[in-house]
Design a protein around this ligand. Structure first.
Ligand code: ZN
Length: 384
């Protein structure tokens, strides 16, 4: 069991979280970092070491005068426990097994013939079985399953209120998946799950505030402010895909028009590329190939999409002022076509010092979504 004895639980959680996200780290550095006494850190670390979650590395040499006795840094034992993460899309399940540091140890996926809840749960049960009972023998040390779903998700109850790609309304997903798999299940919105992975194990580590912008079928945004993921009073926050980019632009599925997503979402790019090329069956990768081979009209579609994304990102910088912004997503497999336009548009629209916010622009392997789901479970373990 994860130790959380009464009275010491907050310090245990703080020590574990800091070693997990910033370790290996010495007790002295931990005490300084957390504002705790050395004795309190030692007391909090003991049950974590006894339960096998932390280990003491070999003492390092003293560095410099007055450094005191050699420090033995504390480190995570990454294979103490494993976590399954699954991203559920409208036509596929993507699953991974992660260790405690959210490193992917195994992955598998299954195509979905239908998106009704019963069918998805049956496939989910089989996928989890494949992952845990295959090579690696993860079953014995796995108790948690994280699920990531796009749409309106209540993380605290595990209820999927509405998921447009799955056409689900009010599905008690955590409860049903627990019955199917026997694991403790967390459910989170997919963009928030990715943001969690970035906050704990990626570029967000140590940043008080940052934003993660995802580019793909939709344009999403996860926001961390003062170290916490922003959910918004109505469960909607950071919807930069539905910021108006061009009031005379194309209709958006949300009912508005000219939204960033209506210009830069994958479907929007395909339909604009079909229109300008006169090829009605063009796919997204056809459009990428045409643009890369110098087709000016299709190239302009990607340029406009990049400009819209840059404007959305500038809105985040102007409103929230995050320390850094990560732009990622499967749509960025074509990021050579987007990147200069995202950066130019961002620089143009970010106000004053907001333009100094560093942008990391990189493609995102689809498995990262599943890893995000596992990261939510890791966070839930730590909070439990
Ligand atoms: Zn919209």
């Amino acid at each position: 069991m994860f130790p959380a004895a009464e009275g010491v639980a907050p310090a245990v959680t703080a020590v574990f979280t800091t070693v997990l996200t910033e370790g290996p780290i010495s007790r002295v550095a931990l005490a300084r970092r957390l504002g705790l006494s050395s004795a309190a850190v030692t007391k909090a670390a003991r049950p974590l070491i006894e339960a096998g979650y932390l280990e003491e590395l070999a003492a390092t040499e003293r560095t410099g005068p007055g450094a005191g006795r050699p420090a033995s840094p504390l480190a995570i034992r990454a294979d103490r426990e494993f976590f399954v993460g699954v991203k559920i899309t409208g036509d596929e399940l993507i699953g991974v097994v992660c260790d405690l540091r959210a490193q992917v140890r195994a992955s598998a996926h299954r195509r979905l013939d239908a998106a009704d809840v019963d069918h998805v749960l049956t496939q989910l049960g089989e996928l989890v079985g494949d992952l845990l009972d295959g090579p690696g023998d993860y079953r014995a040390r796995t108790r948690w399953l994280g699920l990531a779903v796009s749409g309106d998700v209540d993380h605290s109850t595990g209820l999927v209120r509405y998921s447009p790609f799955l056409r689900w309304h009010d599905v008690a997903l955590a409860e049903r998946a627990e019955k199917t798999t026997g694991l403790t299940v967390t459910v989170e919105n997919d963009v928030k799950a990715l943001t969690t992975a970035e906050q704990w194990f990626g570029e967000g580590v140590g940043a008080d505030s940052f934003a993660l912008v995802t580019v793909g079928a939709g344009i999403g945004c996860g926001l961390v402010v003062n170290g916490r993921i922003v959910s918004g009073a109505h469960g909607v926050a950071g919807e930069i895909g539905h910021i108006s980019f061009d009031v005379n632009g194309p209709d958006c599925h949300c009912g508005s028009r000219g939204c960033v997503e209506a210009v830069a979402g994958a479907d929007a790019i395909v339909s604009q590329a079909r229109a300008v090329s006169g090829r009605p069956s063009l796919t997204f990768s056809d459009a990428v190939s045409l643009a890369r081979s110098g087709d000016a009209a299709v190239g302009a579609v990607f340029a406009r999409a990049g400009t819209a994304i840059g404007a959305g990102i500038a809105a985040v910088a102007n409103l929230v002022g995050p320390a850094r912004i990560v732009v990622s997503g499967e749509g960025l497999s074509a990021y050579d076509l987007f990147e200069p336009h995202i950066r130019a548009s961002f620089q143009r629209q970010a106000f004053g010092a907001a333009a100094e916010c560093p942008l990391s622009i990189r493609p995102l392997p689809f498995e990262e979504w599943a890893r995000g789901a596992a990261a939510v479970s890791i966070k839930a373990l730590v909070a439990s």
